[in-house]
Design a protein around this ligand. Structure first.
Ligand code: ADP
Ligand code: MG
Length: 348
């Protein structure tokens, strides 16, 4: 059982605390994605789990063992980095074998594991090549192969796909998911890309300035973001946030009440609709002056602004005849609205 448990893990560089007390319980076989903007502490947290950074306070447990004082090599984890970190003078086969030889793994066992990984990753034709003779995508596969042959208790990924072009990134993302499922190896995956995070994760951890902002399944975070930070970070284009004044108490679902005062209303671009013939347009509606229409294939995003110049984005299916400077009334179902208090915390 290779679960990973963090209890109030902290990291200070000098007097600056960059990881401010993270507690997290990752189940055996689970793929947890750490996502957040650049500089929020994702790599630091991953490196603390790996043992590449000491921890200032708290505990880290891997497979039931507190590893705070263990060297990376003693933690039974394998890391995959963005820059591949392959040995340039070695062939792919030698790169894959290297870590196993160092652990005195018998030769036939090494051969068996390399054959298995090479097959799973479809890198068999490149085993005798040097890394420089491979494309970026092939190198990344080798880097993953090197992690797989170790048969570790856990995989730790730090933005492994960031150097690849967009198409290859999507392809590799699907493959990583498939492999991780097949191997059922506990994994922690770091990315700043919310789309990658949403599609890969069993559970997502949104980090903001060294703290967990929210933890949950991708759909939970999408449907019920706990803060305006998560609301705008998860989903693309971002959720619209509109400042509102609540003038009398309003009841929300699940017995929540909107207090009187300043608040923020959130509505996703995909939840705003043009009025359909025969509907009353009940719920929430706003008038948007169109500034730009972006066709992105199967749908278009209309960017515009309200009378007070507040920007708004909404989605329409396919091509649209909407033109710049059109004044459009768009609706949202009351159920699809999100409300946040002045501090940006979800209400209801
Ligand atoms: P991310 O991976 O989310 O982009 P990092 O974990 O690399 O963020 O960095 C988190 C914060 O810690 C940043 O503010 C960064 O400047 C700081 N930091 C990272 N490494 C060091 C270091 N070795 N010394 C001092 N500060 C560091
Ligand atoms: Mg990083």
């Amino acid at each position: 059982m290779a679960n990973i448990v963090l209890k109030d893990a902290r990291k200070k560089y000098g007097s600056v605390e960059v990881i401010k007390g993270v507690s997290l319980d990752i189940s055996d076989g689970e793929l947890v994605v750490l996502v957040g903007p650049s500089g929020c502490g994702k790599s630091t947290l991953l490196r603390m789990i790996a043992g590449l950074e000491s921890i200032t306070a708290g505990t880290i447990e891997i497979a039931g063992r507190i590893v705070n004082d263990l060297e990376p090599s003693e933690r039974d984890i394998a890391m995959v980095f963005q820059n591949y970190a392959l040995y340039p003078h070695m062939t792919v086969r030698q790169n894959l074998a290297y870590g196993l030889k160092n652990r005195n793994t018998p030769k036939d066992e090494i051969d068996r594991r390399i054959a298995g990984a090479a097959k799973a990753l479809e890198i068999e034709p490149f085993l005798e090549r040097k890394p420089r003779q491979l494309s970026g995508g092939q190198r990344q596969r080798v880097a993953m192969g090197r992690a797989i042959v170790r048969e570790p208790a856990a995989f730790l990924f730090d933005e492994p796909l960031s150097n690849l072009d967009a198409k290859l990134r999507v392809q590799m993302r699907v493959e990583i998911k498939r492999l991780q499922r097949a191997l059922a190896t506990t994994s922690v995956y770091v990315t700043h890309d919310q789309m990658e995070a949403m599609t890969l994760a069993d559970r997502l951890v949104v980090l903001n300035a060294g703290r967990i902002e929210q933890l949950g399944t991708p759909i939970e975070l999408y449907e019920k973001p706990a803060t305006t930070f998560v609301a705008t970070f998860i989903g693309s284009p971002s959720m619209n946030l509109l400042p509102i004044e609540i003038t009398r108490h309003q009841s929300l679902a699940e017995n929540a009440v909107l207090p009187v005062g300043t608040a923020t209303l959130g509505v996703r671009p995909e939840d705003l609709h043009l009025p359909e013939p025969g509907t009353s347009g009940n719920g929430f509606s706003i008038d948007v002056t169109v500034a730009a229409v972006e066709l992105v294939g199967a749908e278009s995003y209309v960017h515009g602004f309200l009378a007070d110049r507040h920007p708004v984005v909404f989605r329409v299916a396919g091509r649209s005849r909407i033109a710049i400077d059109d004044l459009m009334r768009v609706h949202a179902d009351f159920k699809s609205l999100h409300f946040f208090d002045e501090a940006g915390r979800r209400l209801g």
